[in-house]
Write a protein that binds this ligand. Structure first.
Ligand code: 13P
Length: 252
């Protein structure tokens, strides 16, 4: 199976430019496997600098944007388009992160448009899905995730959907120190892959990388990444420290 192994660091609203550059340089100077795709998702103002730092290095390093607007240009004060993000070196974009769904009320219609803009601009959308705590406690997590797939991702053609990366991030595990166990995460990842196979086909389902996110760290990454259907991680807090991020990258 030739699915990409991916470890991505979502820095959220953290770091200054100087701190960002220091972190990237430290990660680049560390030993990391070339067959793992490694992505930094810095705040928008640092994308260009981070991209320039990794440009010469290659070895599977990429830069991404944490969000994009659903239009290519226009009167949208304070927003950044996928086209603009691509022009400064982004290759991936986080779409539908729970913090944006919750705090910025991003719904399926917007998310579909954002994915379209990414694809038009040759950016890889990392589509984030996951249930909140009440959904998990009410045992509705599979239905919630299925709806998030159907309302957004399953509107895309076979050719487009294979370009998308999925990130399963149970909201109750984000920033809480409460990780989904490898069993809990693994059964959801298998469920997601089965739904993709059901809607499209096995070949597509086996080609799409599905990342886990939510308090993934240097201690628990190995067990999570060894689990069937988990192809890597989308890391928040633990990606802000070079040594932690490097040890997560080396956890396959
Ligand atoms: P934490 O790793 O800090 O829980 O954040 C996960 C996340 O939201 C990554 O997008």
């Amino acid at each position: 199976m030739s699915r990409k192994k991916i470890v991505a660091g979502n820095w959220k609203m953290n770091k200054t430019l100087q701190e960002a550059e220091a972190l990237v340089k430290e990660v680049l100077s560390s030993e990391t496997p070339g067959d793992v795709v490694k992505i930094f998702f810095p705040p928008f103002p640092y994308i260009n600098s981070v991209s320039n730092l990794i440009y010469d290095y290659q070895n599977g390093f990429h830069c991404g944007a944490q969000n994009c607007h659903y239009n290519d240009s226009g009167a949208f004060t304070g927003e950044v388009s996928a086209k603009a993000a691509a022009s400064v070196g982004a290759r991936y974009v986080l779409i539908g992160h729970s913090e944006r769904r919750i705090m910025h009320k991003e719904g399926p219609e917007f998310l579909k448009l954002k994915i379209s803009r990414c694809l038009e601009n040759n950016l890889v959308p990392v589509y984030c899905i996951g249930e909140m705590l009440p959904g998990r406690e009410a045992n509705k997590h599979f239905g919630i995730v299925e709806r998030q797939l159907e309302e957004v991702m399953f509107n895309f053609s076979v050719d487009d959907v294979r370009k998308i990366v999925v990130a399963y991030e149970p909201v109750w595990a984000i920033g809480t120190g409460k990780t989904a166990s490898p069993e809990e995460a693994g059964e959801m990842h298998s469920f997601i892959r089965n739904r993709i196979a059901h809607h499209y086909n096995e070949e597509i389902a086996n080609a799409i990388s599905i990342l886990y996110g939510g308090s993934c760290n240097a201690q628990n990454a190995k067990a999570l990444f060894a689990t069937k259907d988990i192809d890597g991680g989308l890391i928040g807090g633990a990606s802000l420290q070079a040594s932690d991020f490097v040890s997560i990258i080396n956890s396959f």
